[in-house]
Write a protein that binds this ligand. Structure first.
Ligand code: NAP
Ligand code: G4F
Length: 327
């Protein structure tokens, strides 16, 4: 039975990945941070097969201990401060967790991996946010980075460290440059979930307005359930490499609003949406669109859920969730 250690197990991708690896027959360990982390009970209720290990990406010895305890074949490093807006106000913490955390995990694997017969394979969760003020359209594995947030800068650091440890020490370490991926497990702080949950609450008469920031930004939005399959595929290859994972389409936030309000039968979104200065960022990523042709060619990966189906999935889910909460 292959064994996987997932950091960021309580997050959106951690849950999708655990669900997917379970279908592949993996024994799954999740690194959980904090004292009495409130997300753990719900996680184990939904996924009783997950085994919890305690540790933190800011604490090197806890990562070494987790690797020695679990003896994983594969490590998926998904843990991060992942909310771009927060990275502007907590830049040092973000750099420590999202940036240096990758280095700590690579070092821990180098140390503990040397004690194992079979080398540990590692997936690093890199991000399209690294492209920032994009240098070319669409973005590929070869496009230069120009991050626009402390989060983006931290991800560039983690990305280059992953490549460097592969080249310097022969570690089987892959970096997946994933474009935005969403779904019903998305955190409420991100724009898509903020929209789908607000649409549901407006429909049920629980809220009357939705306040957002910059509506002109464009993102390449895919479904998280499709993207975790690409993570796994990367670690099954004969040679470690880096891959862009994206849909190749870009949509403005207004298009997400249009479909979401329509789906709930609420008509024109402009009747409900306002703007608030607090949701604008000091620097913005205006447009992202990825070229995943390398992943399609070499991994055989292809997205299954398209943009309208993604919006509908999220709105329908939140209509159910909010209706249950209101009872
Ligand atoms: P998420 O829902 O925000 O989850 C982040 C996870 O990181 C949570 O489980 C969190 O644990 C954990 N974490 C935070 N600080 C930690 C620390 N000090 N030590 C250990 N774990 C810590 O993020 P996601 O959307 O699943 O994304 C997964 C990864 O992919 C992240 O690295 C993100 O930056 C990257 N990524 C995401 C996207 C996307 O569109 N979703 C795109 C590209 C890259 P607690 O909440 O329990 O504290
Ligand atoms: O949903 P967002 O917060 O996601 P963002 O910044 O693109 O980051 C996500 O995707 C990255 C991949 O490119 C990941 F690496 C990262 O971890 C995270 O998962 O914001 C999307 C866009 C931005 O342009 C933002 O300015 O939506 C705009 N926006 C407008 N109003 C808003 C809001 N974003 C949020 N969160 N909340 C608003 O009210």
């Amino acid at each position: 039975m292959p064994r996987a250690l997932i950091t960021g197990i309580t997050g959106q991708d951690g849950q999708h990945l655990a669900e997917f690896l379970h279908t592949k027959g993996y024994e799954i360990y999740g690194l959980v941070k904090g004292q009495n982390n409130p997300k753990v009970a719900a996680l184990l209720a939904e996924f009783p097969f997950i085994k919890v290990v305690h540790g933190d990406l800011t604490d090197f010895s806890s990562l070494v201990a987790a690797l020695r305890q679990v003896e994983p074949d594969e490590v998926y490093n998904l843990g991060a401060i992942s909310f771009v807006a927060m990275s502007f106000t907590q830049a040092e913490l973000t750099s420590n967790v999202t940036g240096l955390g990758v280095l700590r995990m690579l070092e821990a694997i180098r140390l503990v991996g040397g004690e194992k017969k079979n080398p540990i394979r590692m997936y690093q969760a890199s991000s399209s946010e690294m492209y920032g003020k994009v240098r070319e359209i669409p973005q590929t594995e070869m496009t230069a980075f120009h991050p626009r947030s402390p989060y983006g800068v931290a991800k560039v650091f983690g990305h280059h460290m992953t490549v460097n440890y592969r080249e310097s020490y022969g570690l089987f370490a892959c970096s997946g440059i994933l474009f935005n991926h969403e779904g019903p497990r998305r955190g409420y702080e991100f724009v898509t979930r903020k929209i789908s949950s607000s649409v549901a609450r407006i429909k049920l008469g629980l809220q009357d307005k939705l306040l957002l920031g910059n509506l002109a930004a464009k993102r390449d939005w895919g479904y998280a359930g499709d993207y975790v399959k690409a993570m796994w595929l990367m670690l099954q290859q004969p040679i470690a490499d880096d891959f862009v994972i994206a849909t190749g389409e870009t949509h403005e936030i207004t298009e997400f609003l249009e479909l979401a309000f329509q789906c709930a039968g609420l008509g024109d979104w402009r009747n409900f949406v306002g703007q608030d200065a607090q949701y604008f960022r000091p620097a913005e990523v205006d447009l992202l669109v990825g070229d995943a042709s390398k992943a399609e060619r070499q991994l055989g990966w292809k997205r299954e859920v398209d943009f309208p189906a993604l919006v509908e999935m999220m709105v329908r889910h939140d209509l159910d969730v909010e209706a249950k909460r209101a009872k």
